[in-house]
Design a protein around this ligand. Structure first.
Ligand code: ATP
Length: 229
């Protein structure tokens, strides 16, 4: 089976995330996508986040109608994960990917990511190893160009310019297959949804409900999330 892992803070999960997952499923014939809600992602530790329990509850609501979308507790805080006390909670995406691989055995794994996040991939812990463990599916996002995919790679994986010339244009598309990295580009996605914009809108008394699953929008209202107070 082809399995996708989609990680993020999902604060909150929005229609942009769902569109990425659907497009990735179709493109790479994924049988299932695990939405891994991050507890404290290493690269975002300085930001305050909505408690994990709320972000996970919203994820459970947003994925409820799709049999193949699975909300994952792989990065949950220990007290919520239900894991045995001696189980080492993964801190980095490479650990999460390896945990998933161990539990699924022979499945082929894909990592879903938006181009904004991919721009920083070279700074991730053990990034080269992550490219060895799985194929990447990178989604376009307004304000970011998929033509920058090759340049964003860790230096040891970065190909010569001739190899990536077809991708050095505005409409980079298709697959980039390199020694040590396979990257599928989702070029047709132009999803304007952003969790930051949603949080900011709510805190200033506006609404961006059109970017949210109605169940998630209701949950945010009931629990009074993102309000300025
Ligand atoms: P924030 O605005 O707080 O950074 P976000 O909307 O980017 O939040 P995250 O939970 O940080 O949401 O994103 C998880 C993953 O989904 C990242 O890989 C991100 O690039 C991707 N992603 C989020 N929104 C979009 C979008 N509209 N189009 C494509 N990818 C997206």
């Amino acid at each position: 089976m082809n399995i996708g892992l989609f990680g993020g803070t999902f604060d909150p999960v929005h229609r942009g995330h769902m569109a990425v997952a659907r497009a990735a499923m179709e493109r790479c014939k994924l049988h299932r996508v695990y939405f891994v809600v991050a507890n404290v992602p290493p690269h975002k530790q300085r930001q305050a986040h909505t408690p994990f329990a709320h972000r996970f509850a919203m994820m459970a609501l947003a994925t409820a109608a799709e049999k193949t979308f699975v909300p994952s507790l792989l990065e949950a805080p220990e007290e919520l994960s239900g894991a045995k006390p001696r189980w080492q909670r993964p801190n980095y995406t490479i650990d999460t990917m390896r945990s998933l691989k161990r539990s699924l055995k022979s499945d082929k794994l894909f990592f879903l990511i938006g181009m904004d996040a991919f721009c920083d991939i070279a700074k991730w812990h053990d990034a080269e190893a992550l490219f060895r463990e799985c194929e990447f599916i990178v989604a376009g996002r307004p304000g970011y160009s998929l033509a920058d995919v090759a340049n964003a790679l860790p230096a040891s994986l970065r190909p010569r310019a001739e190899v990536t010339r077809p991708f050095q244009k505005q409409a980079a598309t298709g697959d980039l297959v390199l020694p040590g990295a396979t990257i599928h580009l989702l070029a047709d996605l132009h999803q304007p949804a952003s969790a930051t914009a949603i949080r900011q809108a709510i805190s200033s008394g506006k609404s961006l409900d059109r970017f949210l699953d109605p169940l998630v929008a209701d949950y945010i209202k009931k629990m009074k999330l993102y309000r300025a107070t």
